[in-house]
Design a protein around this ligand. Structure first.
Ligand SMILES: Nc1ncnc2c1ncn2[C@@H]1O[C@H](COP(=O)(O)OP(=O)(O)OP(=O)(O)O)[C@@H](O)[C@H]1O
Ligand SMILES: CC(=O)C(=O)O
Ligand SMILES: [K+]
Ligand SMILES: [Mg+2]
Length: 575
């Protein structure tokens, strides 16, 4: 394998491998982390100590609690093998296509660390997608995986042309081509079909027509009705269903086709997704926040389950309205494929960095997508540049990385997944060592006092976890909000999110550093903590002297939920 080996630091040794960390005994003193002491310790005098003591002490007695901790087999194995700090933080998404849709292939991808499957509704039949969803559910239910399902809408892709051939066609410099909306069967020399009659609206002679972000370029030399006669100025290739954009004086010619973000087919696909209980819907070609809000409203009336909506940033317009779109959505996908058609390719790195930054500021998970390991569609090893690109996305703290053709149609999908896994683990370790004591600064989000308190608690908790070098953070959460606020801080320790809400568990699969666990939660937070830690211990996952920082947003029904004082006390008490 071209990339460096995975991190295999033995349990318990990770803290001491990180130079800026003190050992636990230095920080807390041995008695503080002893597992032989009772929960209600009078010697606990500071908030910090109390925080640390809870987890380790609750681990003390071997559990009387039965039942399984809602761990998925892959996270459990990873924890067993690599210890808390060796757990991968960056989540992995695989696009499923004909190359990986058998039950065996899907299981291999799940074992390889796939957290989310993406089904691109552009391709294949609904029955085909239905079959994949069934297989994933079967694997989750029968084999103990926790793989979420995301459908990705087709959207109104008006800027598509087809040359009528199944493979690529060469375009020579100086050759003259007709771009037409007239329908014809098969291929005609030097003729390509555009899929929308308005494709040439507002386009003038002299404009530049660019195919797929630079596969070939043309100059418009004549307008004939809606058709365009163009001369190739930069030779290259036409792929089937190529996308194109027009440029004038070095700037994109922005056009508004007034097509809805979701076509009739998209709505039918969304109904299908709701009926099949998918966890996430990625919305293609989102141009404003209203489109996201409409879909979220629609889902809330149609589905008892909370399906998260991700907006795909893949047009200039969506970039111009990035803030409002991020705010309205439950997460973002940086769809670099189509984005590269509408903005110059050299701007993609900076735009990606900006979007990942904005998403983290606004506490929304972000997926970096397209061409991460494109050469692996064909070859069994990535280019060095691809590994560098993957590492850069991890360094930017993207929540998730996505495979497209590499898994969907490539012959080395599993290997591509392992490259993502290893490259991200490696970069996470490096950036953890680099940023040991540095604290990520965040925009304040909450408007109400309780929201601001929650945010403050999570920011402080993450900072404490880093400074104190705890092994893990436990968070008890209904809707995942506290878990994501913790994740936003990108702490060194993994965040175990205990939730009694299945859709929260599946949505948190996309969140950096969060291991979502499905458990029964009661109003008695002490009991919740004791039970989960006991279960971890019984399974051999938590050990004596492991230090855990505990945060909760479960509000006991007996307490006055409006009480601000109560909120802060509750968290302090359990933490
Ligand atoms: N379900 C599927 N069936 C057949 N082929 C697929 C399927 N999903 C993906 N593919 C193939 O894999 C390639 C890459 O997949 P992907 O879905 O990421 O395309 P994309 O063009 O990047 O996405 P989008 O259309 O959303 O911009 C596609 O060009 C297609 O050939
Ligand atoms: C993923 C996707 O839709 C794109 O890159 O265009
Ligand atoms: K799509
Ligand atoms: Mg796209």
């Amino acid at each position: 394998m071209a990339v460096a080996g995975e991190l295999t630091v033995p349990r318990g040794q990770i803290s001491s491998k990180i130079p800026t960390f003190n050992s636990k005994s230095q920080i807390f003193g041995v008695p503080m982390i002893s597992c032989s002491r009772g929960r209600k310790k009078s010697s606990i005098s500071t908030g910090v100590r109390a925080v640390l003591q809870v987890g380790v002490e609750a681990a003390e007695s071997v559990s009387k609690v039965g039942g399984a901790l809602g761990f998925d087999v892959v996270a459990e194995e990873e924890l067993r093998e690599k210890g808390f700090l060796g757990m991968r933080k960056t989540k992995l998404v695989c696009t499923i296509g004909p190359a990986c849709s058998s039950l065996e292939d899907l299981e291999r991808l799940a074992l390889g660390g796939m957290n989310v499957v993406r089904l691109n509704m552009c391709h294949n039949s609904r029955e085909w997608h239905w079959d994949v969803i069934r297989k994933i559910k079967k694997l989750n239910e029968e084999k103990g995986f926790c793989v979420s399902v995301m459908i990705d809408t087709e959207g109104s892709q008006i800027h598509v042309v087809d040359h009528g051939a199944p493979s690529s066609v060469k375009v020579e410099e100086g050759s003259i081509w007709l771009f037409t909306t007239k329908k014809f069967e098969g291929s005609r020399p030097f003729t390509v079909q555009a899929n929308h009659s308005g494709f040439s609206e507002g386009i003038k002679v002299g404009d530049e027509l660019v195919i797929d972000g630079g596969m070939a370029s043309f100059e418009v030399i004549e307008k004939i009705g809606n058709d365009l006669k163009c001369k190739c100025t930069d030779s290259g290739l036409f792929l089937p269903c190529a996308k194109f954009s027009f440029w004038r004086d070095g700037k994109l010619v922005e056009r508004n086709y007034k097509l809805p973000t979701l076509s009739r087919k998209d709505w039918a696909d969304i109904d299908f997704g709701i009926a099949e209980g998918v966890d996430l819907i990625a919305m293609s070609f989102v141009n404003d926040a209203d489109a996201v809000r409409n879909l979220k409203d629609y889902i809330s009336t149609k589905s008892s389950k909370s399906i998260r909506v991700l907006a795909k940033i893949e047009s200039l317009e969506s970039l111009q309205k990035l803030g409002e779109i991020v705010e309205a959505s439950d997460g973002i996908m940086i769809a670099r494929g189509d984005l590269g058609v509408e903005i110059p390719l050299e701007q993609i790195p900076a735009v990606q960095e900006e979007i990942t930054y904005v998403c983290r500021q606004m506490n929304k998970p972000v997926i970096v997508a397209s061409q991460l390991l494109e050469s692996m569609v064909e070859f069994p090893t990535p280019t060095r540049a691809e590994v560098a690109d993957v590492s850069e996305a991890v360094r930017q703290y993207a929540d998730a990385l996505m495979l497209s053709g590499e898994s969907a149609i490539g012959t080395h999908g599993q290997k591509a997944l392992s490259v993502l896994r290893m490259a991200s683990s490696r970069m996470e370790t490096w950036s953890r060592q680099e940023n040991q004591q540095s604290i990520l600064r965040h925009r304040k989000l909450g408007a109400s006092l309780p929201d601001r308190i929650a945010e403050q608690i999570c920011d402080c908790a993450a900072e404490m976890a880093n400074n104190l070098g705890v092994d893990a953070i436990f968070v008890y959460t209904k809707h995942g909000h506290m878990a994501s606020l913790l994740s936003r801080n990108r702490p060194c320790s993994p965040i175990f999110a205990f939730t009694n809400d299945k859709s929260t568990r599946m949505a948190l699969n996309l969140q950096w550093g969060v291991i979502p666990l499905f458990v029964d939660l009661t109003d008695d937070m002490e009991a919740n903590i004791a039970k989960s830690v006991d279960l971890m211990k019984v399974k051999g996952l938590a050990r004596e002297k492991d230090a855990v920082l505990v945060v909760s947003d479960i509000t006991p029904t007996a307490a006055p939920s409006t009480s601000v004082a109560f909120q802060s006390i509750q968290v302090k008490t359990i933490s």
